[in-house]
Design a protein around this ligand. Sequence first.
Ligand SMILES: Nc1ncnc2c1ncn2[C@@H]1O[C@H](COP(=O)(O)OP(=O)(O)OP(=O)(O)O)[C@@H](O)[C@H]1O
Ligand SMILES: [Mg+2]
Length: 368
Amino acid sequence: MFSAGKDKIKELEKALGLLGGKIAVLERQNNAIQAILASMVEGVIAVDKDTRIISINPSIENTFSVKKVQAEGKLFLEAIRNNELAEVINGVLENKAAISEELSLSWPVQRVFQVNATPIFEDARVSGCLLVIHDITEIRKLERVRSDFVANVSHELKTPLTSIKGFVETLLEGALEDKEESRNFLNIIQDHTDRLNNLINDLLELSHIESKEMALKFERVDLKNVFDVVILGFRSQIKKKGIKVDNVLAENDAIKADKSKLEQVIINLIDNAIKFNKEKGKIRIYSEDLGRKIKVVVEDSGQGIPEKDIPRIFERFYRVDKARSRELGGTGLGLSIVKHIIELHEGTIGVESTEGLGSKLSFILPKD
Ligand SMILES: Nc1ncnc2c1ncn2[C@@H]1O[C@H](COP(=O)(O)OP(=O)(O)OP(=O)(O)O)[C@@H](O)[C@H]1O
Ligand SMILES: [Mg+2]
């Protein structure tokens, strides 16, 4: 009798041991699941068949500004006031089938989510719903930038091409006989071909810089000298507009940069300072010592840039006055090239402007 009791206790001990082992395994599995949920960028919500929240992960806490401890046990709409998501959950619970759709949520912030919701089954019955939401706002934004870019490029290419085609047709239809008129038309055609050529060069340059594969050849660059050379290249435009250029950079103002890329930056800044200046205006080029860095400023006395446009002028194809800028031969790529080149040099670009008075475009780069 006594020994039989002892056997039972031993069996019981063994069973308890096994149970303990199983609990430990379950605990480990649970910890692993929690760790996975915590590290997921996707938001995960599990609700029961009455839409009461069983669990949410940290990504959901962040997106919807709710606390796990407060949300769990509450009805979905009480914890997360989002009707679109609630409708998805109800749809899954009612139809016992998964739903996958893209939702634009305007609360708590404007974002686009890919939502995948699946029923949770227990003994062949739906006991709840698992919702996984993936933030695809950035992907959608990039897609828009891309399609805007294609639309812009196509438009910019098409405008001069249509014009060239028109003038060639007019010449072929008889205008060729009139020498004076032919010359006039051919000049216009030449202008448009130049435009196309510049546009394509700018686009190639931009895609080259953006690919970040461009190797920079760093060397000592004497700023005053580079500005002087660039200004010389613009002498006819400067003379035509009667602009006074003052290059007051110091002889020993020097930086470490890729000289030909920096030249491109300066060409674009000077080109703008002339184009958007008034007749008999001024351009002043000076520097500010920032210790290990130097700030170079190109100041003009032109029309200035309206405050609302200032944050956008470095965007590709952005022009404050599209019609006027195009008339001046611009496509709005210059400053985006400038910004990319300066950033490739780990520098920063700046702009200050007062409408009607003028603008100061500047860059900061490490000194040599
Ligand atoms: N110095 C300036 N004064 C006034 N507006 C400026 C100045 N620099 C740039 N802008 C504004 O910013 C826009 C973008 O400049 P950006 O150099 O990229 O284009 P763009 O000069 O029109 O064309 P591109 O440089 O391709 O020939 C210009 O169209 C103009 O509206
Ligand atoms: Mg420009």
